[in-house]
Design a protein around this ligand. Structure first.
Ligand SMILES: [Mg+2]
Length: 313
């Protein structure tokens, strides 16, 4: 594609990011400045408004350059519109980009995915009216996010969360009651929700998750397993995680309500949403349309089999 014919995408940028990654991203944007009309957002609300405006103006594609927080805001602005999201992952974790197999350490590769034009439809969920696209958490994990400073995130990357988790080991766990839309209920001390499989970076926490099956995958950590749950953050960081019914239960649901014995922090897409005693999560009717690599999660051999065996997905 020649530069003259290449589309110029409106791009929403979080200019407050101050990491080495963010500086590399700025250099990349400057080197490819003819490909973007760059708009800096001063806040998440601003990013929502910019995305809404581009969608209202009929832009077919809006690109976000940022981490999961900025991405969450732009997704919020695009809900219910025809505009497709493109992602240049420039944050610390980039969980959603990793989930979609968008190159997260290689912005040229990410731009090629946007130019490639392959659209994936992804489920959206909301907590009390606020949308999220990748993950959410009630209690312990949100507390970790609340207590992990951005300075630590810059210095330690994904490890920062585990360091904060270890510091919280002594705290008394809250009690939570989870009621699922299908009628079941559960009790625990911490609830994690996954639209996709990945949580907090490369941690494959929700082994059965599919972000296009209309279901949310839910882990309920039992009170007895509170410390084990903290430990499992380290386990999953080392590459594996198996559900253990004693300490944690795995559910798939179209929606749920979490009620706690005290106010606890809630995180959505890795950003602190607030504190609450009761939070309701449910599927949204709208889907996100996002540019992503084709044949996600399939290796070359699976792709060959898929092509050889029509009808086998
Ligand atoms: Mg799902």
């Amino acid at each position: 594609m020649s530069a003259v014919n290449s589309p110029r995408y409106p791009l929403i940028l979080n200019p407050n990011a101050r990491s080495e990654r963010a500086e590399r991203a700025l250099r990349f944007l400057m080197a490819n400045a003819t490909r973007f009309a760059i708009y800096a957002s001063s806040s998440p609300e601003d990013a929502v408004e910019l995305a809404q405006r581009f969608a209202a103006e009929g832009e077919p594609i809006v690109v976000v350059a940022g981490g999961d927080g900025t991405l969450n805001a732009v997704v919020g602005g695009l809900i219910g519109t025809k505009t497709i999201l493109g992602i240049l992952p420039t944050g610390t974790m980039n969980v959603f980009a990793r989930e979609l197999h968008i190159p997260f350490a290689h912005l040229k590769g990410a731009l090629e995915i946007i130019d490639g034009g392959k659209v994936k439809e992804v489920d959206l969920f909301e907590a009390e009216g606020t949308p999220f696209v990748q993950m959410a958490g009630v209690g312990f994990d949100a507390q970790v996010i609340e207590e992990t400073t951005s300075e630590a995130k810059r210095r330690l990357g994904p490890l920062a969360y585990i360091v904060s988790a270890v510091k919280l080991l002594g705290a008394k766990p809250p009690r939570m009651r989870v009621t699922f839309a299908e009628g079941k209920s559960a009790e625990g001390a911490c609830v994690l929700l996954g639209n996709g499989a990945l949580y907090g970076g490369q941690l494959r926490l929700f082994g059965k998750a599919d972000n296009a099956d209309d279901l949310l995958d839910v882990l309920v950590y039992k009170e007895a397993g509170y410390k084990a749950a903290l430990g499992s953050l380290g386990t999953v960081a080392r590459g594996g995680y198996e559900e253990d019914g004693k300490f944690v239960e795995y559910y798939q649901t179209s929606g749920l309500t979490v009620e706690c014995d005290r106010e606890v922090p809630v995180e959505l897409d890795g950003e602190l949403w607030g504190r609450a005693k009761r939070v309701r999560f449910q599927a949204m009717t709208e889907k996100l349309r996002v540019l992503a690599p084709a044949e996600q999660g399939k290796n070359w051999w699976e792709q060959v089999l898929t092509n050889l065996l029509p009808g086998k997905k």
